[in-house]
Design a protein around this ligand. Structure first.
Ligand code: KIV
Ligand code: ZN
Length: 513
């Protein structure tokens, strides 16, 4: 049995393939830095050849990250590998991750290649990648539906060619735990040189078994688990990292395996990803869902109050869930605020970010008597998702009622110009969004609108996340305020500023000066 598992995080690559997710370079670097703090072994930063944005993101992450390996995906073709290496070359610990499908169905309908051709290509491309980089991972896409004899052959040959990690994906989430565990055991038994490499697994969640399949693989000899935060990923997503880690951590008695993840950073990482991607975590999601540590029924509450372990198998503090205590008041100074941030684990914020968050805290303290840890988290996350403010909200005014048409007047500032526009709408939020669009001089499609209360109580902060689309791209915006209309307006302006910073004003047909 292995001593500890290695975590290969693919939130920035497979996770970013979640429909509607579109992260910019700053956000990707911010996520990579948090993954480094979390303690992952490998960060797959993107698919360098896929787009110029992906390439730049892999490059930026490579420059920034010192304590984790940085990987880029590449098909098993020379030009992909060249591009991956170009993006990775400044990384302290680079890894080229190259893949080709090996199942009959992929060979016949997608690649239109024979097994011999695939084998030859896999060997040649691992050797090609090796010329650039000593750390080369090879993935046999759709491995779980591959003829086992062929898979054994491919794995043996890519190891001879120099692969350092061999990844066995359940690409379409088809495997069952017993079957997938057996497959890993078979490879351990039948591939003569298997001990020279780390076996990795990469499972998709189409049948809800990604975590179970990965854990079955670990029990049978897999060393590396590929996963994403919150289980993000195409279709039903990938293996959720937080579930793997808390599974082996909580049941160490059963798995007998360690890890090097700082579990107290799990909750913060999950929140960061959900706020930057705009993908909410379902309330009953294991480990990081809002209800994961809530005890609703009287019997459970009574049990937990007299002895936590009656209904609680993990302590919330273990994943860094804040106690939600009252932290600071109106009279607290910057020093106390900074100290509290440190206690909450925000140790790598720049002085500018702290100052801006402190200003927000002060203005919140004027409106809200009791400020809790969760309020502070919301303010910090608002700062993290900041983009250059081309349009700044100056003022807004709303009239609405059950017998009148909602009307809104919004003033935005652009450099020294103030633009004021009014519009009506189906309710105050719609009216405000229409007025913003008039002021900006272009329209967007609202794909998703989400409002949540950050804490309990009538004076709670409201956090709004919007996803808008234009020109086939989706942009996320976030706003926080004790006034939900203000939070909505801020989120919409934030999404528009993000769209401008990503694809430019011309592409958006913006005509406000
Ligand atoms: O699901 C999959 O097979 C993949 C590979 C490219 C690793 O994402
Ligand atoms: Zn995948």
């Amino acid at each position: 049995m292995i001593e500890r598992i290695k975590i290969f995080d693919t939130t920035l690559r497979d996770g970013e393939q979640t429909p509607g997710v579109n992260l910019n370079i700053t956000e990707k670097v911010e996520i990579a830095k948090q993954l480094e703090i979390l303690g992952v072994d490998v960060i797959e930063a993107g698919f360098a050849i896929a787009s110029p944005g992906d390439f730049e993101a892999v490059k930026a992450v490579s420059k920034e990250i010192k304590n984790a390996t940085v990987a880029s995906l590449s098909r098993a073709v020379e030009k992909d590998i060249d591009r991956a290496w170009e993006a990775l070359r400044e990384a302290q610990n680079p890894r080229i991750h190259t893949f080709i499908a090996t199942s009959d169905i992929h060979l016949k309908y997608k690649l239109k290649m024979t097994e011999e051709e695939v084998l030859e290509r896999a060997i040649a491309m691992v050797k090609y990648a090796k010329k650039y980089c000593s750390d080369v991972e090879f993935s046999a896409e759709d491995a779980s539906r591959t003829r086992p004899e062929f898979l054994i052959k491919v794995v043996e040959e890519v190891i001879k060619a120099g692969a350092t990690v061999v990844n066995i994906p359940d690409t379409v989430g088809y495997a069952t735990p017993a079957e997938f565990g057996n497959l890993i055991r078979t490879l351990k038994e039948k591939v003569s040189n298997i001990d020279k490499v780390d076996i990795s697994v990469h499972c998709h969640n189409d049948l809800g078994l990604a975590v179970a399949n990965s854990l079955a693989a670990v029990l049978n000899g897999a060393v590396q688990v590929e996963c994403t935060i919150n289980g993000l990923g195409e279709r039903a997503g990938n293996t959720a990292m937080e579930e793997i880690i808390m599974g082996i951590d909580t049941r160490k008695d059963f798995y007998g395996i360690g890890h090097k993840i700082n579990t107290t950073q799990i909750y913060r990482t999950s929140k960061l990803i959900s706020s930057l991607t705009g993908i909410k975590v379902q309330p009953n999601k294991a480990i990081v869902g809002a209800n994961a540590f809530a005890h609703e029924s009287g019997i459970h509450q009574h049990g937990v109050l007299s002895e936590r372990s009656t209904y609680e198998i993990m302590r919330p503090e273990k994943i860094g869930l804040s106690q939600n205590r009252m932290v600071l008041g109106k009279l607290s100074g910057r020093h106390a605020f900074e100290e509290r941030l440190k206690e909450m684990g925000y140790t790598s914020l720049t002085p500018e970010k702290i100052q801006k968050a402190f200003e927000k805290f002060k203005s919140l303290a004027d409106k809200k008597k009791v400020i809790l840890d969760r309020d502070i988290e919301a303010l910090i996350e608002e700062k993290v998702s900041e983009v250059p403010e081309i349009f700044v909200l100056e003022t807004f005014q709303i009239t609405s009622g059950n017998k009148s048409v909602a009307t809104s007047t919004v003033t935005l500032k652009r450099s020294d110009n103030e633009i004021t526009e009014a519009a009506t709408g189906d309710g105050p939020v719609d009216a405000a969004f229409n007025a913003i669009e008039r002021a900006v001089g272009t329209s967007f499609t609202l794909e998703d609108y989400n409002l949540r209360a950050v804490t309990e109580g009538k004076d709670a902060l409201g956090e709004v996340t919007v996803r808008v689309s234009k020109e086939g791209k989706i942009f996320t915006g976030r706003g926080v305020s004790t006034d939900i209309i203000e939070a909505s307006v801020k989120a919409y302006v934030n999404a528009i500023n993000r769209a401008i910073s990503e694809i430019g004003e011309d592409a958006l047909k913006i005509n406000a000066q």
